[in-house]
Write a protein that binds this ligand. Structure first.
Ligand SMILES: CC(C)(COP(=O)(O)OP(=O)(O)OC[C@H]1O[C@@H](n2cnc3c(N)ncnc32)[C@H](O)[C@@H]1OP(=O)(O)O)[C@@H](O)C(=O)NCCC(=O)NCCS
Length: 194
């Protein structure tokens, strides 16, 4: 029987694992949305260094990051493989009424569609509530079908704005939750260390 993946707060030691998921998931998610050259050029080493900085709180950032680990026992006795991650913290874009923001949520293709995203989002909702934040939003590319994941989990469409990224003009939309409590209750299954 395959065990349910575990979610725990990330540490600096997770930087390489997060970077690997970051690069693989970006290539898969943004193919056709971002230029091939940009996606091919994504470097796990570069992102590992960025994640090391983020996870040490460089610059005073209040980002909090969670990793999802596959539930399979590791024969080598080391840490399990990171198959997804998510980050949240204070809202950065100035939309009033939403103190928190879900900055990122990325899963490897093979673990998508099995409830892992719901559990990670619920974990972040619990985190924000624990910080005294009742409401949060997320920005997502308008043409990313994952936006419907947020709709399915109760996010209300708040705003749309143009964005320029990797020399590409895009549009992003914001989804918001005015009460994180129902979202926070969607987390079921093993959850450690939060
Ligand atoms: C978006 C993502 C985190 C969702 O995680 P997931 O594990 O695949 O989603 P879940 O299985 O937890 O789905 C929860 C619910 O949302 C629905 N859902 C998930 N993705 C959906 C999609 N693209 N379109 C419509 N509904 C979707 C599921 O059907 C499920 O509904 P149910 O309650 O009726 O069963 C994951 O698919 C992912 O990593 N995508 C690529 C990266 C990405 O785009 N991240 C967001 C960047 S802002």
């Amino acid at each position: 029987m395959t065990a349910l993946p575990l979610i725990r707060p990330a540490t600096v030691a997770d930087a390489a694992g997060i970077a690997a998921v970051h690069v693989e998931s970006w290539r898969s998610t943004y193919a056709g949305l971002l230029p091939d050259r940009y996606l091919v050029g994504l470097s796990a080493k570069v992102h590992e260094r960025r994640w090391q900085a983020l996870l040490t709180g460089a610059g005073g950032a209040k980002r909090r990051t969670y990793v999802m680990l596959d539930g399979e026992p590791n024969p080598a006795g080391g840490s399990s493989q990171i198959v997804g991650f998510a980050s949240c913290g204070p809202q950065r874009t100035g939309l009033t009424g939403y103190g928190g923001e879900f900055y990122a949520i990325y899963l490897l293709d093979q673990v998508q569609g099995k409830g892992a995203g719901r559990r990670l989002l619920a974990t972040m909702a619990q985190d924000l509530l624990g910080q005294g934040t009742q409401a949060a939003l997320v920005w997502v590319l308008r043409d990313n079908p994952s936006r419907f994941f947020y709709e399915r989990l109760g996010g209300a469409l708040l705003a749309e704005q143009p964005i320029s990224f990797a020399n590409t003009r895009l549009a992003e939309v914001a989804y918001g939750w005015t009460d994180l409590l129902p979202l926070s209750r969607l987390a079921a299954g093993p959850h450690v260390g939060s």
